[in-house]
Design a protein around this ligand. Structure first.
Ligand SMILES: [Zn+2]
Length: 275
């Protein structure tokens, strides 16, 4: 019943995304709507087929369709790190983690109102907000979040289209390389060269379950060094939130450099330092 107004086939941002990709306006659209749509490229950005909206600050928020939004609300409110917080806190948490959709306020309100546990235990259960990124590591460089960003268009002059990035949970230090393609052996060599040789053997690593992360080669490496590999589900704020945050920083850099040419490959290193 939550998010009922949206047609489940077509997400709310379809027109925006189409326009960004094709720069053509739907003919059946009114002039007023067309005028609004023409301004969208300054407010939205597509990376790896995912739409992000520029926030009031420089942060980017990932646009979610109805199903994704519901997953995030559920996880944030009643998931492992969810504290059954009130809806205003819930909205703030979701914004802070970097997700957006137009009916967020209303959907969160509806969801909390219908939550059985909240009804049974309100108001005592509305404890202070538990910070969503409650994943914490006990010491520096013991736990890294991995992510792949891309494909990036246009590719760099050397043909590289992807970032492979790892962020340390404790220090927020980011290690990243650029690649033409991302496969198991690239991840293994990245872990070896950029993490093991420089920061020592981590205790845990976190990634999504893409085949470049979930494969024999990576499994063997982890087994050999006794590294725990955790797989996070996409969209779950508390899971791989760190890597998502890193992505947004990379996007910001990319957006600036893509406009001025194809030299983002060289600029990446500066960007990581600035961050
Ligand atoms: Zn609840």
């Amino acid at each position: 019943q939550v998010l009922q107004t949206e047609n489940r086939e077509t997400p709310w941002y379809q027109n925006i995304k189409d326009f960004l990709q094709t720069r053509t306006l739907p003919p059946e659209m009114s002039r007023k709507e067309q005028r609004v749509l023409r301004h969208m490229p300054s407010r939205y950005f597509i990376l790896a087929d995912i739409l992000y909206r520029r926030g009031f600050s420089t942060e980017y928020a990932r646009c979610l369709d109805a199903n994704e939004a519901l997953e995030v609300i559920q996880e944030a409110h009643e998931g492992i790190c969810g504290g059954h917080v009130g809806y205003q806190t819930l909205v703030k948490q979701i914004v802070r983690v970097g997700y957006c959709w137009p009916t967020m306020q209303r959907d969160c309100h509806q969801f909390v109102k219908k939550c059985i546990k909240c009804q049974l235990h309100a108001p005592s259960i509305h404890a202070p907000a538990a910070y969503l990124h409650s994943v914490s590591s006990p010491w520096p460089f013991s736990m890294w979040a991995f992510d792949v960003v891309g494909p990036i268009n246009p590719p760099a002059s050397n043909g590289h289209m992807y970032f492979l990035a790892a962020t340390d949970y404790f220090t927020k230090w980011v290690e990243a390389i650029t690649l033409k393609t991302v496969e198991g052996q690239h991840v293994v060599s990245f872990i070896h060269k950029n993490l093991l040789c420089r920061f020592g053997i981590p205790h845990d690593i976190v990634s999504d379950s893409g085949t470049h992360f979930k494969n024999e080669k990576v499994r063997n490496l982890c087994h050999k060094h006794n590294i725990q590999h955790h797989f996070s589900a996409p969209y779950y704020p508390q899971g791989n939130g760190q890597a998502e945050a890193t992505n947004k920083i990379l996007i910001r850099v990319l957006e600036r450099t893509v406009e001025t040419g194809r030299d983002w490959y060289e600029k990446m290193h500066n960007a990581l330092w600035a961050y």
